[in-house]
Design a protein around this ligand. Structure first.
Ligand code: GLN
Length: 385
């Protein structure tokens, strides 16, 4: 039999989604794969019902249904201060996952280098391999997960084509400051590199931290390829709606990648999601306040385990330091937590370039009752160790 492609030996199946499967198999509370167990806003559900009876069952325009792109541009402009054109600055994709792949294939030729901060969202390594790019890893160090400007400058000296910036960051919860982003921009300008950003948690940020739209920094727009998603903002991870946002000459290329990869995102879901994009500012304030409450509750639950953990500035992940539990690997710890404690998380090693086995990542995008139930499982189950 012929062998399958060599590029696939460079990475495993997603550890995050593997943990969800294991959690389901053992009936554990699933705090591994980041998705809510509560419903999207009522306005989206009503719009989805309406969309099923409308003329939305065939392909939409490949780079996004016009009504969706209009609502998207208005919403992005409202929050970023940019003045983007629905017809020139966007490609609508199947989630930020496709947006990132599309951005990488648009920016990089095989053999090009790409800077990736470590720890990083696991897709980026696979995106690099599939697009033929070679990652250069720059560490973000606990507890604040900032970068060392000299280390970053050295990485840029290797002439990367792009740098990937996940902000707010998964899995660390870091929200990059304006000063940090300006330093990244300065180096990207100096070495003429693209900045590919992944910003699905832009609205989930905890005071006093603030989200800065990289593309809106002075002089940044022409070299920034922003990837984003509606998944987290509107609690619709299963709808698979995201977008690439960039200057028109980049978008013209990204459209081609997207068209041949997927043709387009689901037409009825684009139609229904317009209701989300048109929600007033109060929705975003309410959502941020809800997540702030969940964060307080979950930090309290983690504190009671007696273990140390990372406190997110944004997004909804925390990494629990399980090294005192004495497992040989974090994967063994994650499996024990699922089977014996009844709570699923993700082994931290799947996010790190460095040989790091200290962490299990948990997320708290869950109902208060679910988080409290997980707290009880921790209180009872961790004693067994
Ligand atoms: N972004 C989410 C996480 O990190 C979901 C990942 C996924 O399965 N696409 O858990």
């Amino acid at each position: 039999m012929p062998s399958t492609a060599r590029r696939l030996s460079g990475f495993t199946e997603s550890v995050i989604r593997g943990m969800t499967r294991l959690a389901n198999q053992h009936g554990a509370i699933n705090l591994s794969q980041g998705f809510p167990d509560f419903d999207p806003p009522e306005a989206l559900l009503a719009a989805l019902e309406r969309a099923t009876r409308g003329p939305f069952h065939q392909y939409a325009v490949t780079w996004g249904a016009p009504r969706f792109r209009q609502a998207l541009a208005a919403k992005v402009n409202r929050f970023s201060g940019l003045q983007l054109d629905p017809d020139q600055h966007f490609v609508v994709t199947c989630g930020s996952t496709e947006a990132m792949m599309c951005a990488m294939m648009t920016a990089c030729d095989p053999g090009d280098k790409v800077i990736v901060f470590s720890p990083f969202y696991e897709n980026y390594a696979a995106d690099a391999i599939l697009s033929g790019a070679q990652p250069i890893y720059v560490p973000l160090r606990a507890p604040h997960f900032g970068f060392d400007p000299d280390e970053l400058a050295k990485a840029f000296e290797q002439k990367p084509k792009a740098i990937i910036v996940c902000n707010p960051s998964n899995p660390t919860g870091k929200v990059f400051t304006r000063a940090e982003l300006l330093e990244i921009l300065r180096l990207a300008e100096k070495h003429d590199a693209y900045v590919i950003t992944d910003e699905p948690y832009e609205h989930i940020v905890y005071a006093p931290h603030q989200h800065v739209h990289f593309a809106a920094l002075p002089g940044a727009f022409e070299r920034t390829i922003t990837c984003n998603s509606l998944s987290k903002t509107y609690s619709i991870t299963g709808w698979r709606l995201g977008y690439v946002q960039a200057a028109p000459h980049i978008i013209a290329q990204a459209r081609k990648v997207h068209d041949f990869l997927t043709v387009g995102a689901a037409a009825p879901l684009q139609e229904a999601a317009v209701a989300g994009l048109e929600l007033p500012d109060s929705y975003y304030h309410g959502m941020a306040a809800d997540y702030a409450q969940k964060r307080t509750l979950f930090m309290d639950i983690l504190r009671r385990t007696g273990l140390s953990f990372t406190e997110p500035q944004g997004a909804y992940y925390a990494m629990l330091d399980i090294s005192p539990l004495g497992f040989a690997t974090d994967t063994a710890a994650a499996e024990w937590l699922i089977k014996e404690v009844g709570v699923a998380g993700v082994p931290g090693s799947s996010f790190f370039r460095e040989p790091e086995q200290r962490y299990i990542r948990f997320h708290f995008a869950k109902k208060e009752a679910t988080l409290r139930a997980a707290g009880e499982k921790f209180a009872q189950g961790l004693r067994k160790r």
